[in-house]
Design a protein around this ligand. Sequence first.
Ligand SMILES: *[C@@H]1O[C@H](CO)[C@@H](O)[C@H](O)[C@H]1NC(C)=O
Ligand SMILES: *[C@@H]1O[C@H](CO)[C@@H](O)[C@H](O)[C@H]1NC(C)=O
Length: 405
Amino acid sequence: MAGFLGPRAIFWAFIVLTTAVIYKTYIHNFIFLTLGIGREIQPIEDFQWTCERVRHSLLEGCEDLWLDEQNRKLYAACNSLESRKGWSPGGNNYNISARSRTDHIAVMDVDQPGSDGLYGLRQLKISGYQDDLDLHGFDVRRIKGRLRFWLINHRPPVDHATGEFLDALVVGANSTVEIFDLDETLDTLEHVNTVASEAIVTPNGVAVEEDGLGFVITNDHNTKTGTFRNLEMLSGGGSLAYCRSNTGKCHIAADRGFSMANGIAHDKNGYYYVANSASGLITVHKLVNNELIQVESINTGYPMDNLWLDVDGNLIAAAFPDLIGLVRSSIDPYNSVAPATVLMINDIAKQLKTYGRNVKLSKLVEDRDAKSLPSSTVAVHDAKGHKLFLAGMFSPFITICEQRP
Ligand SMILES: *[C@@H]1O[C@H](CO)[C@@H](O)[C@H](O)[C@H]1NC(C)=O
Ligand SMILES: *[C@@H]1O[C@H](CO)[C@@H](O)[C@H](O)[C@H]1NC(C)=O
């Protein structure tokens, strides 16, 4: 054999093998996952939902949502679209002066549409925190009867000595997690503390443990800025940081196998589910000796953003069936809406035990023609109320769907 396979043949075999590996690892993903070649997108009429768009300036650019099932309220982290286009470090937008400084948490009473159809929409007031907020993902826990919020905050970088802004293109955002307690009668968020850490690099999503002490953030990239940051779309990147709310201490608890770690959800069994936007994988992690070891990896075949675990233990993912459409929509959000897909894994904890990575995936809803749903970065399933709430970082509206009997 050695005589037959001369140096030349070995060279070509090597080239073919390398190409095959690159194709399998990067190009295949790019063509089928990112571009969505050959992906079937269904019209919304195929699904048992009646959906309506709710349009208001307070409901623009809502990257993330949280549903209070008990008190029937929906909270949204929103900001004007102009501002999102200028300043969203996760999306490589670093223009500090384009910030409208109007980031806010909007709240709606989900069972009371009211005569104006705005569900009592209002904005939470902030107390005890003087600076602007620059919001992204967030999570909420009820602790001793009160709602506590963990908000990712992409603060612009500031020169310590002069107080002037630094060039964010060079140094990136000085991101933190801000913890607030909600006074529900006054609709006011009262600042509790700031968690700042080297491990909070490029935070995107946050998930809090049951006791409200431990929480995990996803870093969607390895670095805040730099030439190679964009290549992470192909080469992978990102990490998980584990933090404690009381001490404010964080450390990197996992940094292998991510590909734009984005949305994150935490369940009662101690599992963390992480959506990897660029690989279409949902990785499952468990905290062992302060490390978030990966125990499973589920291939969804879709780029994804935020995750939501409903009260029945179903995992819901806001997926992008048409990334080109999403980019178009982010450039021209008032005139162009991207198709949206909401994926669901029924009772994920139970399915993982039975089927491992071969859990069954279904579509909760899809909107090929962008008739009703926003260009969605988050979908929240209200299992009790048979509703669905969708919003998008680059959408001028949110959508509320009701399940048809
Ligand atoms: C940054 O935003 C400001 C305000 O919107 C705008 O005037 C300026 O042209 C932007 N700079 C860049 C580099 O896009
Ligand atoms: C980042 O924030 C910390 C305090 O939270 C501050 O000490 C530091 O100067 C900030 N750095 C930049 C570059 O803004």
